[in-house]
Write a protein that binds this ligand. Structure first.
Ligand code: CP
Ligand code: NVA
Length: 298
């Protein structure tokens, strides 16, 4: 049976550590030699498309970039038909989708690994790069005080899952209405040795953190809510003042694309403690590690 990567929770803590280790290896075999990988995008992408195409290439495979509307999930044909057909051409299928149910339905029928390249629910490839970058900057994430300020969304859910599995300590600072509910906090805290707490005042979440993360207030697909979100997230901009509550010299992280003046001030993202470009570059290494793992390299 094929392994899939739809969520970080598809991995055990040990497997997550294996992927992070593979991500840093320079001597990986080429498990995709002679195989194709379909990369289907229902939404725009810079980092995910570029890093996945290059990861596939570096593992010996051939990426086939495909726009979502070309295949038309459940419009032109069903997600199941698309998956059955494509699995006959490719050694792996990857998709960026609006609805997470598309990737779960693909995985349910696919004889080859399916990778979630971002859905409304989660962004596991981003979380791999996030923890890889924090490991490189801070040495390890075990016991690391991390803060996430902003929307409880696909990016923060996957980051939280990875940190709990690895033993990190995450403080969420999310406005009411855009927060993790109690059931979600309980689920997260049950995943592993790490912990997730939540407050609604961002300065409290950031207090003592050595790594401060944020993401855009309006995710792809939520554009009509942009104005309402701008109001709801007032006071949640990660700026120099907010960073004074963190540990001295705390790192700043953002999956990008970033909107300066909204979720982050230019003084922080363009400042000396920003690691956003390392994070973006680590998307390639993390993707290579994840794809190699799914192809059976351990
Ligand atoms: N961080 C991220 O997934 O970027 P893209 O949307 O550009 O792929
Ligand atoms: N939360 C953002 C992440 C973009 C990489 C979105 O879904 O648009």
């Amino acid at each position: 049976m094929s392994r899939h990567l739809l969520d970080i929770t598809d991995l055990s803590a040990e497997e997550l550590r294996t992927i992070l280790h593979l991500a840093q290896r320079v001597d990986l075999p080429r498990p995709l030699e002679g195989l194709g990988v379909a990369l289907i995008f229902e939404k725009p992408s810079n980092r995910t498309r570029q890093s996945m195409e290059m990861a596939v290439f570096q593992l010996g495979g051939h990426p086939v970039y495909t726009r979502g509307e070309e295949v038309g999930f459940d419009v032109r044909e069903s997600a199941e038909d698309i998956t059955h057909v494509m699995a006959g051409y490719h050694g792996m299928l990857a998709a960026r989708v609006f609805s997470h149910s598309i990737v779960t339905r693909m995985a349910a029928v696919s004889p080859v690994p399916v990778v979630n390249m971002l859905s409304d629910h989660s962004h596991p490839l981003q979380a791999l790069a996030d923890v890889l970058t924090m490991q490189q900057v801070h040495g390890a994430v075990v016991g690391l005080p991390v803060a996430y300020v902003g929307d409880y969304n696909n990016v923060s859910r996957s980051l939280a899952e990875a940190l709990v599995l690895l033993g990190g300590s995450l403080a969420l600072g999310c406005p009411l209405g855009y927060h993790a509910d109690d059931a979600e906090l309980e689920r997260l805290n049950g995943l592993g040795p790490g912990s997730v707490t939540q407050v609604h005042r961002p300065a409290e979440a950031v207090a003592g953190a050595v790594a401060v993360h944020t993401d855009s207030w309006t995710s792809m697909g939520q554009e009509t809510e942009k104005q309402q979100r701008k109001v709801a997230f007032e006071g949640f901009t990660v700026d120099d003042e907010m960073m004074t509550h963190a540990a001295a010299g705390a790192g700043f992280y953002h999956c990008l694309p970033a909107y300066r003046g909204l979720e982050v001030a230019a003084e922080v993202i363009d400042g000396p403690h920003s690691h956003v470009y390392a994070q973006a570059h680590n998307r390639l290494h993390a993707a290579r590690g994840a794809l190699a793992f799914l192809m059976g390299v351990h």
